[in-house]
Ligand binder design. Structure first.
Ligand code: ATR
Length: 321
């Protein structure tokens, strides 16, 4: 199964045990799982006074975020609980408010709720404002909700620190102009590429995203079939991998030193990765490293500690590959 980078899931079995509460909390009873069964009292963990966090999405069935945050917590000696909770799309805000009232300290937000999460925040970071999307919520005294977006910095750290890919003065192609692309364009621009082209199936969305970056001499937009050159770094931010498809780009998009990066990840190389390598790209990687790096940034926001990500990435890789 292919998953969107930074966007995953497991389900909370309490939904099955207390279906009436599911409705009340804004959870989706239809997504109940037998994977984790907990009585309602455990959800709030008042006795242990551990900090409590969760990833919310729909679905969140295959989320690796609980594994990642628990690994970080062990490393940094932080006492926390972290679970995956499916929220009902038609009652997302109510679900978040109920989790906040129930004692959660913060939430990660995955598909399809990142834009909705942005809208419910009392304050947001600059990078979340530019992305128009939030993947990290922090609850503070007085019911305030602060939002941040760690996806872009997660990608940049994976590229620079883990993969040692340098693209200063390089030509970068971002494929896609949806929420995932919006979260990464500005952080990529800040690293100083020679130019950044946004290509999308629907050209108007690419044009709008490029225009919103306010760098007309470095950011360009076009349709997929209008991409006319090769690029040093090609990032697939489309949802095509989720259905094992490849965006309809010209084959000339790669040269022998090109790096291909798919924001999606899977237990096998994605269709985009296979396609890129087949066309002669030097390297093709998936978004698992970005997932761990965005989680590390969220961990920093919540705990002011920076966990080591490499062992967590390796553990996940050996588990999935
Ligand atoms: P997300 O939040 O995951 O980015 P989204 O906002 O719905 O989701 O955006 C999905 C992106 O993937 C869009 O850029 C979409 O192209 P359109 O704007 O033309 O819809 C792109 N996309 C989805 N499936 C695709 C496919 N099979 N080929 C190319 N692009 C695809």
């Amino acid at each position: 199964m292919v998953q969107a980078g930074g966007s995953v899931a497991v389900l909370c079995g309490i939904l099955r045990l207390v279906p009436n509460s599911c409705q009340k909390l804004g959870y989706s009873p239809s997504r109940c799982s037998t994977a984790i069964r907990r009585p309602m009292t455990d959800l709030f963990d008042f006795k242990n006074r551990r900090l409590r966090f969760a990833v919310v999405g729909h679905p969140v069935m295959h989320s690796k975020s609980p594994q990642i945050h628990e690994a970080f917590a062990r490393q940094c000696n932080v006492s926390l609980s972290y679970e995956a909770i499916a929220l009902d799309p038609i009652a997302f805000e109510q679900g978040v408010r109920n989790l906040q009232a129930g004692g959660m300290a913060g939430l990660n937000v995955t598909l399809p709720f990142k834009e909705a999460a942005f809208r419910l925040c009392d304050e947001v970071s600059e990078r979340a404002r530019i992305a128009n999307a939030v993947n990290t919520l922090t609850f503070s005294e007085g019911d305030q909700v602060a939002g941040d977006n760690t996806d872009g910095i997660g990608l940049v750290r994976d590229l620079q620190q883990n993969l040692k890919i340098s693209w200063a003065d390089a030509r970068v192609l971002v494929v896609g102009a949806g929420g995932a692309a919006r979260g990464i364009v500005q952080p990529l621009l800040e690293t100083g590429p020679a130019c950044l082209v946004i290509a999308n199936r629907t050209t108007s969305r690419a044009r709008e995203l490029a225009g919103s970056m306010g760098s007309p001499h470095r950011v360009y937009s076009c349709a997929l079939d209008e991409v006319s050159d090769s690029f040093d770094l090609v990032i697939n931010a489309t949802a095509a991998s989720l259905s094992s498809e490849v965006p309809a780009l010209p084959e000339s998009v790669f040269h022998p030193k090109s790096h291909a990066y798919d924001l999606a990840y899977a237990d096998q190389p994605t269709a985009f990765m296979r396609w890129a390598l087949g066309l002669g790209a030097a390297q093709a990687v998936d978004g698992l490293g970005m997932l761990v790096e965005q989680a590390a940034e969220a961990f920093w926001i919540w705990h002011r500690q920076r966990p080591e990500t490499a062992p967590v990435i390796s553990a996940l890789r050996s588990g999935v590959r």
